[in-house]
Design a protein around this ligand. Structure first.
Ligand code: RRO
Length: 308
């Protein structure tokens, strides 16, 4: 089955791709994504300067999900700006994820990266792991001020990666911001920030940074991810493409994201745990679900979730 999808006019050969952060920091990792069945190459969120990130251990997988506090390890935007033109040879979209510690950082990176012509830019407003730095996406005014400046310097399709919201009022407020800014797609959701995982045998936290607090991902966050995909899909009347992220372990999970309104699906924890073969497995599983249910393509079931 053809699992291709189109987002903001960009065609993806498959609707399944890596989530920013998952196996996408180095040249080697990005090229491996290029050779894999991933439908796109999404970069790690990049900062102005290269970063080592937080002290290790900073990622921990467990039955049900993962917790991380990576702290933005990346090569710095100059390295990605050089790499992006080379990644085009894989003939799939390249999505540059950008981050920063100030509005100026975001603008500097966005400008230079836009000139390297990625197919899309994803603005990360939702890193939960920098000590002392709040998640921008939880502050509507800061988000609007920042996005308006970034929008001016990005001419390729520009999307926003948002944190999970737990109250409809926050989603409605963010929709009004996004309408005023004019974004081309959304990636929902980033990890569920500031969770805590405890090892009762060792009576200890499982990651080192921030006293063990970190972003949760994987199966356990799927209902939160689906709720955000569905809420934003409805608030935008199905007119803004959404990339669903969170809790995709099987093809059936990806199908659930599509039903809620996603046009494509990103894979984080499962990709980290299972490796690049994940994409081929999920492709087969998703195609089998769609075929069994009589859907001819991912877009045929988009948003079709029934309500009682
Ligand atoms: O690098 C990280 O710690 C990180 C980032 Br930038 C993000 O957006 N989400 C996440 O779970 N970890």
């Amino acid at each position: 089955m053809d699992l291709s999808t189109t987002i903001a006019g960009v065609r993806f050969p498959s609707c399944l791709m890596n989530a920013a952060g998952a196996r996408c920091v180095t040249r080697e990792e990005l090229e491996a994504l290029g050779r894999s069945h991933a439908g796109a190459i999404v970069t790690k969120s990049m900062t102005v300067e290269p970063r080592q990130g937080n002290p290790e251990p900073r990622y921990h997988g467990f039955p049900g999900g993962s917790i991380n506090s990576m702290g933005l390890p990346n090569l710095g935007y100059r390295a990605y700006a050089q790499l992006i033109p080379e990644l085009r040879k894989f003939k799939k979209p390249v999505m540059a994820s950008i981050a920063g510690f100030s509005d100026e950082d975001f603008v500097t990176i966005a400008k230079a990266i836009n000139e390297s012509r990625p197919d899309l830019v994803e603005v990360n407003l939702s890193c939960p792991n920098i000590p002392g730095e709040p998640q921008i996406g939880y502050d509507a005014n800061s988000s609007e001020r920042l996005l308006k400046r970034v929008r001016k310097v990005v001419s390729v399709p520009m999307g926003v990666k948002l944190p999970p919201y737990f109250d409809p009022a926050h989603q409605e407020k963010m929709v009004r911001v996004l309408e005023r800014v004019g974004v081309d797609f959304l990636s929902l959701i980033n990890s569920v920030g500031n969770g805590l995982v405890v090892d009762p045998d060792k009576e200890c936290v499982v990651i080192k940074p921030k006293g063990g607090f970190g972003g949760l991902g994987g199966a356990l966050i799927k209902p939160v991810a689906l709720a955000n995909v569905r809420a934003f899909w409805k608030l935008f009347g199905g007119r803004l493409p959404i990339i669903g992220t969170g809790g995709v372990v099987t093809g059936a999970d990806a199908f659930e994201h599509l039903l809620c309104g996603a046009s494509a699906v990103q894979i984080g924890t499962t990709l980290v745990e299972e490796g690049l073969g994940t994409f081929e497995r999920l492709e087969k599983e998703l195609a089998a679900v769609l075929e069994k249910k009589g859907y001819a393509s991912p877009s045929a079931c988009r948003g079709a979730l029934r309500e009682l």
